[in-house]
Ligand binder design. Structure first.
Ligand SMILES: Cc1cc2nc3c(=O)[nH]c(=O)nc-3n(C[C@H](O)[C@H](O)[C@H](O)COP(=O)(O)OP(=O)(O)OC[C@H]3O[C@@H](n4cnc5c(N)ncnc54)[C@H](O)[C@@H]3O)c2cc1C
Length: 486
């Protein structure tokens, strides 16, 4: 049976510990801070149940699950898998960044590099993968240390105990204590993966671990940021915040016990890095991100065009120039997706997107998104602010009369204009829209990290060799110099 929305909602009614606004959440599926995003996540599962051929595949054990769990072996399989990710992204206009296909892709990448693990940990990983895949579980992850003093290592933060680390181990498993950031979608996931991405030095072994635990594990506490959904007055006023506020939470591990069969890296400095780059986890998880961004940019491009139409500025050459530049930036990301697939690499029998092109897309994305937002703001001018306070102003009487008098457009009525401008503001300027800007600029690491990867995976030998070869075509001609001097 394919997992559907109802099954996912049922799976979230457990003992998970989430705090927000000074209270503990009782049921995340109906809580006013989270219900909109949770319903959207559930609707992804409904969508896959309604489109089984496009969205799911049958595993070797006979389970029918989302295609994100498949390990492609050729270009065709990679593209079929991508189309499923694209369809899911479209359901949220690309606004749900950590949909279930994100961390599933991480695990697919781990599985492609199972050879890099020591035998017991590889066995645990493979068992967990099969179980999570066949149950189509929704995973979130925390792989970044909480910000504090960046000039010090994880273990040398004043006061100690800040960063999640292994504080104990016995025959059953390990005990984790400390914090990590930021579990996006954690409130509506089934399991949480905890790991680290930053390089560690000898002495940091306690921080070099990767493990998975159910959200409802004792001692696992999610401390949510402010809910943008809760502040949304209506779907008409905040069509995105009200439905796609996937949430981000700091995770605090209060002596969380994790059994050995859910521990994949244990006090292993080499594997803490190798799990990302000697497997294809980093590639597969960020490939999902770029596919999702591609869909989001299509949406924002359409929005930019409609804002220009509604304001009657589409005919101006300057507007077309702006829209043309945005279209090119959007196509640039599309082209990178197609290119990284077409130039995909064989990796231990699997077929994966081209790594240098994937990291290129990450670097480009971090500047493309802010440029998009700034351009749409430029096209919208004061129109996104010149809107009624809320849907309640459409009262059928005097206030609505003011709206009809002041909200005009060459292509739509007052309601149509307000509806579009409120959508545009939610995408680019509301607290939700603003968080998206921060997300796209940072989710894959600060720019020095993504650019560092671009440096690391580029084929410098090809390009410096090119220069060297050219330089062999000429030499210092001393005879000429002599002749000139004479
Ligand atoms: C909305 C949102 C959602 C997120 N979701 C997740 C998630 O689901 N799971 C998860 O694990 N993480 C998540 N993150 C965390 C994300 O991965 C980090 O924000 C990212 O890795 C950058 O780390 P940082 O925030 O500590 O910023 P920093 O690394 O501190 O970067 C901030 C700035 O500090 C400077 N800086 C810091 N260190 C250096 C250095 N060594 N050299 C030079 N300059 C430096 C740079 O100028 C940089 O631009 C999320 C973040 C955001 C904003």
């Amino acid at each position: 049976m394919i997992k559907d929305g109802a099954a996912h909602l049922r799976s979230l009614r457990d003992e998970r510990t989430i705090f927000i606004d000074g209270r503990r959440v009782q049921d995340v599926t109906i809580d006013p801070a989270f219900a909109g995003a949770v319903a959207s996540a559930a609707s992804l599962y409904d969508y896959q149940a309604q489109h089984p051929d496009e969205m799911t595949f049958v595993t070797e054990t006979g389970a029918r699950v989302n295609r994100a769990w498949s390990l492609p072996r050729n270009h065709t399989e990679l593209v079929i898998r991508r189309r499923a990710m694209e369809r899911w992204a479209k359901q949220s206009c690309g606004m749900i960044g950590r949909s279930p296909d994100h961390v599933a892709s991480t695990f697919v990448g781990f599985m492609m590099g199972l050879h890099a693990y020591e035998a017991p940990r590889a066995a645990a990983l493979a068992d967990y993968f099969r179980g999570a895949r066949d149950a189509d579980r929704f995973l979130s992850y925390v792989i970044v240390n909480p910000q504090a003093d960046k000039s010090r290592s994880a273990g040398n933060q004043p006061g100690g105990g800040l960063v999640a680390s292994v504080v104990d181990e016995d025959s059953h498993g390990i005990t984790i204590r400390g914090a990590k950031m930021l579990a996006t979608s954690g409130i509506m996931a089934n399991d949480l993966m905890v790991s680290g991405f930053a390089a560690l030095a000898p002495g940091d072994e306690a921080y070099a671990f990767t493990a998975v635990t159910p959200m409802a594990t004792r001692g696992l506490k999610l401390h949510s940021r402010r809910s943008y959904q809760a502040a949304a007055t209506s779907t008409f006023d905040y069509p995105l915040s009200s439905r796609f506020d996937e949430n981000d939470a700091v995770v605090v591990f209060e002596d969380v016990k994790i059994p050995w069969d859910c521990v994949f890296v244990h006090k292993d400095l080499r594997m803490a890095q190798a799990q990302w780059h000697e497997t294809r986890a980093h590639v597969m998880q960020n490939y999902q991100c770029i596919v999702r961004l591609m869909v989001k940019l299509r949406f924002l491009l359409g929005l930019a065009h409609k804002v220009a139409e509604v304001n009657g500025i589409l005919g101006f050459p300057q507007t077309r120039e702006t829209l043309g530049l945005l279209a090119a930036k959007s196509q640039n990301i599309e082209a990178l997706v197609v290119a990284m697939e077409a130039a995909g690499e064989s990796f231990h029998g699997y077929f994966v997107p081209n790594r240098p092109m994937l990291v290129t897309a990450q670097v480009i994305a971090q500047t493309t998104y802010p440029e998009f937002i700034e351009a749409i703001r430029g096209l919208a001018g004061g129109g996104v602010i010149m809107v009624p306070s809320s849907a309640a102003d459409f009262d059928g009487g005097e206030i609505e009369g003011l709206i009809r008098a002041a909200q005009r457009s060459p292509v739509t009525d007052s309601e149509g204009r307000v509806k579009l401008m409120k959508l545009a503001w939610d995408a680019i300027g509301s607290e939700f829209g603003s968080r998206h800007l921060q997300y796209e600029m940072f989710y894959s690491g600060a720019p020095f990290v993504t650019r560092g990867n671009s440096y690391r995976f580029h084929d410098w030998a090809r390009d410096t060799g090119f220069v060297d070869a050219f330089m062999t075509s000429y030499a210092l001609d001393r005879s000429n110099q002599k002749a000139a001097a004479e």
